[in-house]
Design a protein around this ligand. Structure first.
Ligand SMILES: [Zn+2]
Length: 160
């Protein structure tokens, strides 16, 4: 995302080399605003529910496209808290155990994915973001080669 005007003083922003990259920066005297444009951290949960893995389809996604439970960290929230909260909010499950799988770049969405394996239980109820879910036996789970799929790949490799 690029900005044309400074959110602090409303002056025009210019491209400027800072820290080795071109950034939108404010030249107004005494302002000093720089849009660093760092990627946003996102938590992802590979949810294990009664021995199967839960994949869900967002309403915005095409048919037959399923993924992990994901969400943005809230201000002041630790990633391990965020992933438990997202699992609760999106599929109504209570996490009993969560383990970091790994951290993955996702340049296309300008995000960094912090992925956990989350064992959870309760009654599955999807929130309004999700259209449907599938429960997949671990031996039938296949990874995909971008985004959260890299976490699925690593989890499957570690499990084997
Ligand atoms: Zn400014």
């Amino acid at each position: 995302m690029t900005f044309d005007f400074c959110p602090r003083c409303a002056a025009q922003l210019y491209d400027q080399m800072l820290g080795g990259l071109s950034r939108r920066a404010c030249r107004a005297q005494g302002c000093g605003f720089v849009h660093w444009d760092n990627p946003a951290p996102v938590v992802a949960a590979l949810v294990e529910y009664r021995g199967n893995l839960l994949l869900a389809r967002n309403h915005a996604w095409p048919e037959k496209t399923f993924g992990l439970i994901t969400g943005f960290l809230e201000r002041d929230e630790a990633p391990e808290q965020a992933v438990v909260r997202e699992v609760s909010e999106e599929v109504n499950l209570v996490a009993t155990q969560s383990t970091l799988i790994g951290v993955y770049p996702f340049q296309r969405k300008h995000e960094v994915i912090i992925a956990y394996h989350v064992v959870a239980d309760g009654e599955i109820v999807l929130n309004e973001e999700l259209a449907e879910y599938r429960l997949i036996a671990p031996e039938k789970l296949h990874a995909w080669d971008y985004g959260t799929g890299l976490a699925v790949r690593d989890w499957l490799v570690a499990r084997a």
